[in-house]
Design a protein around this ligand. Sequence first.
Ligand SMILES: NC(=O)c1ccc[n+]([C@@H]2O[C@H](COP(=O)([O-])OP(=O)(O)OC[C@H]3O[C@@H](n4cnc5c(N)ncnc54)[C@H](O)[C@@H]3O)[C@@H](O)[C@H]2O)c1
Length: 703
Amino acid sequence: MSEVVSYELNENIGVISVNNPPVNALAQVVREGILNAINAAQNDASKAIVLVCEGRTFIAGADITEFGKPPKDPGLPEVLAAIENSSKPIVAAIHGTALGGGFEVSLACHYRCAIASAKVGLPEVKLGLLPGAGGTQRVPRLIGVKAALNMITRGDPIAAVKANEMGLLDKVLDCDDVRAGALSYAKKLVDTGASLKRVRDITIDPSSVEIGFFENARKQLAKRARGQIAQDRIVSCLEAAVELPIDKGLERERELFKELITSPESAAMRHIFFAERQAAKIKDLPKDTALRPIKQVAILGGGTMGGGIAMCFANIGIPVLLLEINDEALERGMGIIQKNYAITVQKGKLTEDQMKKRIGLISGTTSYDEISEVDLVIEAVFENLDLKKDVFGKLDATCKQGAILATNTSYQDVNAIAEATSRPGDVVGMHFFSPANVMKLLEVVRGRETANDVLATVMQIGKKIGKVCALSGVCYGFIGNRMLGGYGREAQMLLLDGCTPSQVDSVLEGFGMAMGPLAMGDLAGLDVGYKARQSRTDLPDDPKLYRMGTLLVEMGRHGQKTGSGFYQYDPETRKRMADPDIEALIKEEATKLGVEQRAVSDEEILARCFYPLINEGAKILEEGIAQRASDIDVVYIYGYAFPVAKGGPMHYADSVGLKNVYEKICEFRDRYGEDYWQPAPLIKQLAEEGKTFAEWDRERGVA
Ligand SMILES: NC(=O)c1ccc[n+]([C@@H]2O[C@H](COP(=O)([O-])OP(=O)(O)OC[C@H]3O[C@@H](n4cnc5c(N)ncnc54)[C@H](O)[C@@H]3O)[C@@H](O)[C@H]2O)c1
């Protein structure tokens, strides 16, 4: 039929078999092969046809390497029409994962069966797209509009048993051999004279959709998926499924799919899809680097971070020893962990039994002797270099040889910490983000002497606990926090220039940030930055710098925890409210400092806040602190809630054009001085060459 699709008769069942490793993606040869096989089967002795795949999975989805290239015949809609119009029933036999276009192929079949371990789903939304081959029209016909909306806008895979209960599948096979199971199911269908059941023939009763349903869905999705237009277009497709005949609905779906495939939002999300996979790769690490086994972990410090990190390991069944300074601190730490698990149970995301098992895996201690045999230690004690050095000295004296000694420090020098031991090769940074059991990012910090197998092991264990890992070199604040410096600084400077806190935050929230920088400061505690600034000697001596943040802390307004900061907070709901007193105070301070207040445009707010961040990102690249620009994007998407529809700060800079970014930075330098605005040489170079960060990654062979 084609080099990757075969067809044969098994008694009275025609078997179409796809074999396009690794995931049977729907490449042109696969589409052509299936089409030819269906045509051949129409005129042979078969009474029904089974569509099955070799290897580890059913058709896992579209061939994304074909994206952006001119379409090659036959297109998927043509193949699906041939399946649906077959004169003999076609049974999709699913194992592994039938996702996206793969699942849509099965939806055009007359019957769908799967082995119990299989999963199905329409994940297109995660790439800023919608299922463009009938998924939005056939799924609501099978499971109703509400369930379809949930499934398609979330994009998560659904296990076979659940999919069967929902009505997405007709049968869960009671064996693991998908081919044999599907053959006997197809034979049964033939024997019982089963009909040609086409999903397209199902009609949706418009009265099953309550009035205002689509409008509400749009509102909720706009909140949940900031700036992701695909969500809105999916709602439009479902509206079409209710209101239009299927062929018109399919046309509408195609139109909207075409709009999305060329949208900047989808380009950004596809960038992140690949960036995430790239970030896991360390360019100079041999592929066959042996890993160290991690069977038991110790966490030092059971505070905000330590507790969350302990949960990450218990969640995947690895026993954890939590070491604290005394019994009281230990009890407090364990209490918080238990409370966090209890909340997860309340939300229905964990059973009581699972909770007990996980808590049972975490035990407390106050003695270093007890952690001598663990394979990995993660230190999360107070952020103080001397304390950390002291702790690592003790670890060196107690831990077995070969144990990995990691620090969760946010800012301290990992090399200095490593030097406090006699085994700096075993020391590495594992920088989690708060709350550590929820946030997806793990910055893995490579010290000067960190051994290859330590790095490889940490990257792998990070993935196992569900994190997206990105590698950073050693510098103050590593990738993410180092870049944040100028962002917070400019947010405060803008106040003196004439903005209100709400104006600054709402522009950044309008861009898609989960929270503006000033509201974020209030949430994290303004005293944290205040204290950190006091120990820094590298800041310019400028009374304007962090003026408002400093004043607020001195007034006792530390942010949400004291009920007020840049904003006031409702004590019950924690809702933030503008504070006229603070707005007046900002004006007063500006006058005192001789700053002439003016109307600041939204564009300027965006540029003033983001361009220092991007500029620092470029410096981080030049210095080799980050391996690639796309790693920086991954850090910001998963660690700082940068909107995925914008693709991360470096991708955003590429989309604005580095020449524009560079010119703006120069303009700000001329206006506000070199203390704050010094264009990174790399931005200047790329701007002059007319290149993007992405091109620069590719040129260096790291993309
Ligand atoms: N909070 C955050 O958002 C965040 C994010 C990333 C990284 N970090 C880093 O994680 C580390 C911990 O931060 P946190 O917010 O969890 O602090 P925290 O104050 O909530 O907890 C620190 C805990 O360490 C314990 N501790 C102190 N000295 C100890 C010792 N010698 N041995 C064992 N335990 C000891 C304390 O009793 C306390 O429970 C810091 O290095 C911080 O920079 C924090």
